[in-house]
Design a protein around this ligand. Structure first.
Ligand SMILES: *Cc1c(COP(=O)(O)O)cnc(C)c1O
Length: 220
């Protein structure tokens, strides 16, 4: 199976999960997560028509995406990894959507950068639903207030919430929690679900799933 077959397979599974959940046909966007893969590995996925991609590192993305964005029209690049404030300017310059706003300082520097670059990128607040020590994200009990501050104090275009459930737990309750928090915050979008659990995430209302290895193969 080549990368285009795997992409088709993921799209079929997404459509099936959307139907099973009795959701609207176009309710879920696929973000193809191309981190660690080189431009030559990404090109076939672009050739197959995929235009929405996720990367977790600013510097790595700068090495491949300016060229790919030139070659292919309509690319939408999502930052799905933790952001350092000294990388905010570069992130705002290269990315179209940022999924990992999780502290005041990042909210503030992103807002300043967007203003100076004349951009108003959609952002997500990352929530650490499992309250794991090593994981990024605001705690569930702070999520709604923090999302409100990002919007009202910093003027960010907050569109939704994002989470990465603990890898050794049933993800369903984490996805349900994220959905409840988004409802409470009045936010419509949910960035949740990876290769191992995107069908489950769709059942719980995901609007974007972030799928890497099921498309590109294992990262070794
Ligand atoms: C790597 C990554 C993914 C994709 O993971 P796969 O298991 O390869 O699908 C999704 N979300 C985030 C935040 C990631 O870092």
């Amino acid at each position: 199976m080549d990368v285009q077959d795997r992409l088709n397979g993921v799209n079929l599974s997404i459509n099936k999960a959307v139907k099973q959940a009795e959701r609207e046909e176009e309710a879920v966007d696929l973000i193809a997560v191309s981190k660690t893969f080189a431009a030559e590995d990404i090109r076939p996925v672009l050739d197959a028509g995929q235009r929405v991609f996720g990367e977790n590192r600013v510097q790595e993305s700068q090495g491949k995406w300016p060229e790919l964005k030139n070659e292919f029209g309509g690319v939408e690049l999502h930052l799905i990894g933790p952001l350092q404030s000294n990388k905010s300017a570069d992130a705002v310059a290269l990315f179209d959507v940022i999924h990992t706003v999780d502290r005041e300082k990042i909210a503030k520097t992103l807002a300043v950068e967007m203003k100076s670059q004349g951009k108003d990128l959609p952002v997500y607040v990352q929530v650490n639903t499992g309250e794991e020590e090593q994981k990024a994200g605001v705690s569930p009990k702070e999520a709604v207030a923090f999302a409100n501050r990002c919007r009202d104090v910093h003027g960010l275009n907050v569109v939704g919430l994002m989470c990465i459930p603990p890898f050794d737990e049933n993800p369903g309750p984490h996805f349900a929690l994220l959905g409840n928090l988004a409802r409470e915050a009045g936010l419509e979008k949910l960035s949740m679900g990876m290769s191992s659990d995107y069908e489950t995430a769709i059942a719980f209302g995901a609007t974007s799933v972030r799928v890497g290895s099921a498309i590109f193969g294992s990262r070794g």
